[in-house]
Design a protein around this ligand. Structure first.
Ligand code: PGA
Length: 220
């Protein structure tokens, strides 16, 4: 079945040349919807992949030095934008309220928001999922919305979440937002991707997405 596979390059690679190299390698026909989210300076459309962005600002235009809006990203070809990634929440202090603004603006500007949620170690999973969905999706039309469940302990650690835990979170999210497509993210690699894809609507791949051989195995 066709799944959504999103590559989150994070703040990598360091040069346009390296980024182009990855785009070229990943611009292949596959049965999945492949979305590449490079850093802003390297945004570049391809034939077979869809372009995405890792973030946007919570306003559309104005005196916000350094900010980039979903409308601008749409204009340069982005169809998806990651919103509320745990690194944005923790390193940049984004709150559920800010994230909710971004989700709404993405929809208004006709870009698909990918709302990222997930609990930290020691937090109760179901409580965090419920709260982040309730606040992040406040006054949002949820038809076609994409949710990426990424438990923080699994991000960039090599400790992938157990399949039964992924299924449990998937079912909980679907129960709250039946219209959503639900992806999993956190230490996805070529060895575990297939199994995770069987129980979800897709995956969000960080570290493995900038390793050419790895990511090609995942999307093929
Ligand atoms: P990871 O990151 O695949 O490196 O764990 C996932 C993410 O942060 O989206």
């Amino acid at each position: 079945m066709k799944k959504i596979i999103i590559a989150n390059f994070k703040m990598n690679p360091l040069t346009k040349k390296e980024a182009k190299n990855l785009f070229k390698a990943y611009d292949i026909k596959t049965k999945h919807t492949v979305v590449l989210c490079p850093p802003f300076p390297f945004l570049e459309k391809g034939k077979n992949y869809i372009l995405g962005a890792q973030n946007c600002f919570c306003r559309t235009e104005g005196p916000y030095t350094g900010a980039v809006s979903s409308k601008m990203l749409k204009d340069v070809g982005c169809e998806y934008i990651l919103v509320g990634h745990s690194e944005r929440r923790h390193i940049f202090g984004e709150t559920d309220k800010i994230i909710n603004h971004k989700v709404k603006l993405c929809i208004k500007n006709k870009v698909k928001p990918v709302l990222c949620i997930g609990e930290n170690v020691g937090e109760k999973k179901s409580e965090v999922i419920k709260r982040q969905l309730k606040e992040g999706l406040k006054d949002v039309e949820t038809k076609g919305i994409i949710i990426a469940y990424e438990p923080i302990f699994a991000i960039g650690t090599g400790k992938v979440c157990e399949i039964k835990e992924i299924i449990e979170s998937y079912n909980l999210i679907k129960k709250i937002v039946p219209d959503a497509k639900v992806l999993y993210g956190g230490s996805v690699n070529s060895l575990n991707a297939k199994e995770i894809l069987k129980v979800t609507d897709g995956i969000l791949v960080g570290g493995a997405s900038i390793k050419k051989e790895e990511f090609l195995k995942i999307i093929k």
